[in-house]
Design a protein around this ligand. Structure first.
Ligand SMILES: Cc1ncc(COP(=O)(O)O)c(C=O)c1O
Length: 452
């Protein structure tokens, strides 16, 4: 039976739910990453590193709440904190002590965070960071890097999944898209050229461990280069640590690499599995949000309302999560499980003589499917030597089948065959994932998707 038929046989409830969903949701979906042939998986609940679909099938989960669940599903301390807060009020329409404790944890952990402002999502954090940088510098352009993701705000979508040359994607006015000066990740000359040629650059923004949490790797020396070049300029350096914050290390990538940006955007782990984002950074830049400071400086304050900024439920979950991040080896555990899993999956590829590789850093992984038919030794593969377009040159049909086969074998990876490992994935989970991957490769060979 084909991979698609096997998936359909296991997931009749998902098929029925998707049939209903297309009547109410555009394309039947609420997030682009859930798009898959023949239909998305409907998940009913999760616990620790595992989750179950609507038909009761069990999966080892590497989707990890899109990276939010460093501590897995249903972490008891977080569940208890959310329950307690829900009973006291889900929105208090006023300032509350939890937002303060949440902010103090951020300023304690993140090196650049002198002050912090909460938003409702990582996308909103990027919007606010750019607004702050523009208000602070008076510039309107900004440098960003091809393939780096900063959410779906108009300003950040050119140069991400499409329009790599910077043209305006559907629904974005060309004059908005043209504010983004797009450089290749790691291209120091391009940054210097832009700084030379363009007046009024407000910011440089990047994912400090490379596009999509290292799917497109970045030499960390580039971070120091950027830090150095902006220090004598009027440009604000923004690290997008929505994924890497509280994950790579308790202090994020900036603590790990010892390079401190001016502003940091945060999300995901910040909210302990509930919605939330934040901009943290230099007090003088964040003072553009401060009524008194703006009045004193005789300048217009940046307006920043937002119904769910610092929402008490997110704050309760976030405090519980960040206290665990600060007080335990959660980040280290996730990182070492990441390394172990990548090695185990590459051993499978080696044993099966498949010239692909699973690469990544920290608690992430990505699959290189070798579109150029290179000679690849999976365990020795160095993604930094491959052109980024080849590295991430994904054949969606092939990856779609790989993902379905992994689901059939009880493992949920993203449709790009990437994933986030949590601090609660244990040896048994990793071993079972490697076994599932081996069976997956067997199925792909049987279906002649890859050479036997
Ligand atoms: C690096 C990065 N920045 C920003 C965002 C946007 O965050 P959100 O989905 O909370 O809007 C994401 C989301 O995946 C992300 O990975």
């Amino acid at each position: 039976m084909s991979i698609v038929e096997q998936f359909k046989n296991r997931t009749p409830k998902s098929r029925r739910l998707f049939g209903r969903a297309v009547g109410a949701l555009p394309g039947g979906l609420t997030h682009d990453l859930r798009h898959q042939h023949p239909y998305p998986l409907y998940v009913s609940h999760g616990e620790g590193p595992r989750k179950w679909d609507a038909d009761g099938n069990e999966y080892i989960d590497y989707h990890g709440g899109h990276g939010a669940l460093l501590l897995g599903h249903g972490r008891p301390e977080i569940v208890a904190a959310v329950r307690r807060q829900a009973a006291r009020g889900t929105h208090l329409g006023g300032s509350h002590e939890q937002e303060l404790r949440w902010a103090e944890l951020v300023t304690d952990l993140i090196p650049s965070a002198e002050k912090v402002r909460f938003t409702a999502s990582g996308t909103e954090a990027a919007m606010l960071a750019l607004r702050l940088a523009r208000a602070h510098t008076g510039g309107s352009k900004f440098i960003r890097f091809r393939g780096h993701f900063h959410g779906w705000y108009d300003q950040f979508v050119a140069g991400y999944v499409s329009r790599f040359e910077g043209a305006a994607p559907a629904g974005v006015p060309p004059e908005v898209a043209s504010a983004a000066l797009i450089a290749d990740p790691g291209d120091e000359d391009a940054v210097l050229r832009f700084m030379d040629a363009e007046a009024g650059i407000a910011a440089i923004i990047l994912e400090p461990t490379g596009a999509h949490f290292g799917a497109g790797p970045l030499d960390p020396s580039f971070l120091s280069f950027l830090r150095d070049v902006v220090t004598d300029s009027n440009i604000v350096l923004i690290f997008d640590e929505v994924v890497t914050g509280f994950r790579v290390s308790p202090g994020g990538a900036q603590a790990h690499y010892g390079v401190t940006p001016d502003l940091t955007t945060l999300g995901k782990v910040l909210g302990g599995g509930l919605g939330g984002g934040a901009v943290a950074g230099r007090a003088d830049i964040l003072s553009h949000l401060d009524f008194e400071a703006a009045a004193k400086a005789g300048r217009e304050k940046i307006g920043h309302p937002g119904t769910h900024n610092g929402n008490p439920l997110s704050a309760a979950a976030g405090i519980a999560a960040l206290e665990i991040v600060a007080g335990t080896d959660a980040c280290e555990r996730a990182n070492s499980s990441g390394e172990a899993l990548r090695r185990m999956l590459n051993q499978v590829l080696t044993d099966e003589k498949v010239p692909w590789s699973v690469y990544g850093e920290f608690s992430g992984f990505n699959l290189f499917t070798n579109p150029g038919n290179r000679q690849v030794l999976p365990l020795e593969f160095d993604p930094a030597r491959i052109d980024p377009s080849e590295l991430t040159g994904i054949d969606p049909e092939l990856l779609g089948l790989v993902r379905l086969a992994m689901l059939i074998n009880g493992v949920d990876v993203t449709p790009r065959f990437s994933g986030w490992i949590s601090a609660v994935h244990g040896d048994r989970d990793l071993r079972q994932t490697a076994e599932a991957f081996q069976r997956t490769i067997g199925m792909l060979k049987k279906e002649s998707v890859i050479e036997a």
